[in-house]
Design a binder for this molecule. Structure first.
Ligand code: NPW
Ligand code: K
Length: 480
């Protein structure tokens, strides 16, 4: 599991750690990690051209110290000082002593054009708002492809908002980000995360001083530990029975895909509720599913998945499924008929457009502030909100957040959301909490998307579904 902390938490931990260390020692740990990554990216440090962009804070200090160390190893190091009066004094002295040169304003373009590596030390966790003035102009130059070399962001791409993942204005777009101590929301939540490139975490000894993280990113081992493990003694009922209320005459395929996702998510039994013609299609594809015309008639379940392809005029069916008071997942068309507030375990799985409609804002606003809007909806409906899209975000009403790291553009295809809804509903029926069910489902779904994309250029939702069993098997091992 990787952890993400807020700037306030990082500052408090740094203060506690620095109190036990000699002056400057923490920065030197950060710089050592930064130099190692830079050296690895260069085709030899000796003779390489390195340009340091240094702002007036400690982020600029890191970059200047790193430039100094690379210069000592034979690199040609140039620095652009954005705020010369405030430049980090020790870092600048070390840079000069190592032979580094300060670039005159008129020569910045030329220096960038010749650079093998650019170190972005304009702003780190001290950022407030997007880049302004000359810093904004530099970021534009970098984005305009004025440098052939790699852009390496120090701690964060300058100008992104560390705690929200928002990009309030001009910012650097990096090829790599070397980040210190712990993760930041900006490195895992779009749109900021898209500016970070490849992440290189550097341990500076902060972990013992940091609190439990409010935001986490799961890995394979976390997901394996969370996946329900049916014992040898279990039967189909103890593994969980999931009800799927999905599909319509207009969208029968949504029901087929959602039931397919549910069948592969570990539940022992899937009960489908929907119109006869759709039920016939569902049974033709999945003879193991049981079907009935409505939530009331289909039999007992332990969780409901509601919404994929429901179309219009299904309010009564949705109300009937919700009335059972069971753990529930609501997706797609089902989101039109939410209760005022959930009182039991609930997982909502909107994409940005659906969440925008729920909250009465524009889709662009949701895309620009994914964390904020997912949290707002979680608080408003007392439900876990899984906001789909680039960097899927899950916000729980208790304040916890998870970000899914396995997303892929392969999932941007019709029907993949139905598969996810079925899968997550199945995990709910298997006893997982909405936050665990949503994050495990998103993780496995992303891996299935990647696996399907590796096998076929542009995978369909059916391909993603077909890839799920192998993904789940590789995560949890075979059933005993
Ligand atoms: N603490 C430690 O020991 C360690 C810290 N470490 C490193 O320190 C970094 C944090 O350093 P930091 O706190 O000095 O803040 P930083 O990100 O350099 O920015 C502050 C400067 O930016 C300016 N500024 C702000 N917004 C702006 C804008 N929109 N556009 C333009 N300017 C803007 C602001 O100016 P002001 O507005 O105050 O005049 C101020 O000059 C951290 O990310 C990591 O890299 C590591 O070495 C590990 C050990
Ligand atoms: K930076």
């Amino acid at each position: 599991m990787s952890a993400v902390h807020t700037v306030a938490e990082i500052r408090a931990a740094e203060d506690a750690l620095m109190a036990r260390l000699p002056d400057g020692a923490l920065m030197q740990r950060a710089v050592a990690g930064l130099v190692t990554v830079c050296a690895g990216l260069l085709d030899g440090v000796y003779g390489a051209r390195v340009v340091v962009l240094a702002g007036g804070g400690n982020n600029g200090g890191d970059a200047l110290w790193a430039g100094a160390r690379l210069a000592r190893r034979g690199a040609h190091a140039d620095a652009v000082l954005l705020n010369p009066e405030k430049a980090h004094a020790e870092g600048l002295a070390a840079f000069r002593a190592a032979g580094g040169r300060i670039v005159a304003r008129d020569d910045v373009r030329t220096a960038l054009a010749a650079a093998d590596l650019v170190l972005d030390g304009i702003l780190g966790i001290g950022a407030r708002g997007g880049l302004r003035g000359e810093a904004a102009e530099l970021a534009r130059l970098l984005r305009g492809g004025r440098t052939a070399g790699a852009v390496v962001a120090v701690d964060l791409p300058s100008g992104v908002d560390p705690d929200t993942g928002e990009t309030p204005g001009p910012h650097v777009v990096a090829d790599h980000t070397v980040t210190f101590g712990t993760g930041k929301a900006a490195l895992v939540v779009d749109p900021a995360a898209a500016a970070a490139g490849v992440l290189h975490p550097v341990d500076i000894g902060l972990t013992p001083y940091l609190p439990e993280p409010g935001l986490t990113v799961l890995d394979d081992a976390d997901v394996a530990a969370l996946l329900p493990d049916p014992g040898r003694e279990s039967d189909k009922y103890s593994r969980g029975v999931v009800g799927v209320l999905a599909g319509s005459g207009e969208f029968p395929g949504a029901a087929v895909l959602a039931v397919g996702g549910a069948l592969h998510g570990g539940a022992g039994l899937v009960r489908y509720a929907g119109p006869g013609a759709v039920a016939t299609e569902v049974r033709a594809r999945w003879p193991e599913a049981i079907a009935g015309p409505s939530p009331d008639t289909v039999g007992r379940v332990q969780a409901w998945t509601i919404g994929s392809g429901l179309g219009s005029g299904r309010e009564a069916d949705v109300a009937a499924a919700l009335a059972a008071g069971l753990p529930v997942l609501v997706d797609a068309d089902g989101l039109r008929w939410l209760p005022d507030r959930f009182t039991g375990p609930a997982l909502l799985t909107p994409h940005a457009g659906e969440l925008a409609r729920l909250l009465g804002v524009e889709r662009d606003e949701v895309e620009a502030g994914r964390l904020h809007h997912a949290r707002a909806a979680a608080a408003r409906w007392n439900a876990v909100v899984l906001l789909k899209g680039s960097t899927t975000v899950l916000a729980s009403p208790d304040g916890r957040v998870r970000v899914n790291p396995t997303g892929t553009s392969a999932l941007a295809a019709a029907g993949t959301g139905d598969v996810l809804a079925g899968l997550a509903g199945s995990l709910l029926a298997g006893g997982l909490s909405p936050l665990d069910a949503g994050s495990v489902a998103a993780y496995a779904h992303g891996l299935a998307g990647r696996r399907a994309a590796a096998a076929s250029g542009y995978p369909s939702a059916g391909d993603v579904l077909s890839a799920l069993p192998a993904v789940l098997r590789s995560l949890r091992g075979p059933l005993q």
